[in-house]
Design a protein around this ligand. Structure first.
Ligand SMILES: [Zn+2]
Length: 255
């Protein structure tokens, strides 16, 4: 059994913003408090993060995650990566560098920006080993393994990575999918997909686009993530088709 948790489902600013701006969100509903996008996969002893958001420490503590073996990065934007430094205690615990996986551009940018995490320096020792992600790869620990598929998706000016595993697809930052990859997104149990806001946006799917993609791919359930402050939880819940639901921080399911 694989347990999947959406650790954070907020847009780059989270909700509320640091200025206490709640936009159209009902402040009284705790499900509208959203940290930045990250996710967690647990199968047997295998514990894998997708992205290290600026909120990763709180997310790990809130979800009682005790260990991290690997991190899969979707792309280099700050809301997906800037918690990377928080991985240090897992390095101490594992007594070996944590394997991270990213595409070529993202890996280079991470190595440039967080050089001390990869190479040490300034009193720090290396805590991370960078790996180039492959289209198909397997992560293992003891008798447990998970097979992953990754492919590039459009995210405004850049490409981000989609990850597909155990009939789950995670596309947290996306405004376009190449038709050639539709086949990898059929027969899913769960599609987790970017749904930034109501109005169109140059680098994210909006609500109508996320619903259209979901209807076309027809997974058993779609979970909308990367939600901005115009998308109130109850508003979404009331207006979405039955098999599409809004994420909330800590939402979890097993496959
Ligand atoms: Zn992004």
């Amino acid at each position: 059994m694989t347990k999947f948790t959406i650790l954070g489902c907020g847009s780059s600013l989270g909700s509320p913003w640091i200025t206490n701006n709640w936009g159209k969100l009902n402040k009284k509903n705790k499900l509208n408090i959203r940290t930045r996008c990250s996710a967690h996969i647990k199968k047997g002893d295998l514990s894998i993060l997708i992205d290290t958001s600026p909120d990763i420490k709180k997310q790990i503590l809130d979800n009682k995650i005790k260990n991290i073996d690997s991190v899969l990065y979707t792309h280099e934007h700050a809301d997906q990566t800037s918690g990377i430094f928080e991985l240090r205690p897992f390095f101490w615990q594992n007594k070996k560098p944590i394997n991270i996986y990213a595409d070529k551009r993202c890996l280079k940018l991470l190595k440039d920006k967080y050089d001390y995490c990869f190479y040490g320096g300034g009193g720090y020792i290396p805590i991370i080993k960078g790996n180039l992600v492959k289209n198909n790869f397997t992560l293992r620990k003891k008798n447990t393994q998970i097979k992953f598929k990754s492919f590039l998706i459009n995210h405004g000016h850049i490409k981000a990575l989609a990850y597909v595993f155990e009939k789950i697809a995670y596309l947290s930052d996306c405004n376009g999918i190449d038709k050639r990859n539709y086949k990898d997104l059929r027969n899913l149990k769960y599609l987790i997909i970017d749904c930034l806001k109501i109005n169109p946006h140059p680098s994210h799917f909006n609500l109508n686009q996320a619903i259209t993609i979901s209807k076309m791919l027809n997974p058993r359930k779609t979970i909308l993530t990367n939600l901005h402050t115009d998308l109130d939880y109850i508003f979404l819940k009331k207006n979405l088709p039955r098999n599409i639901i809004p994420a909330y921080d800590g939402i979890t399911f097993n496959v």
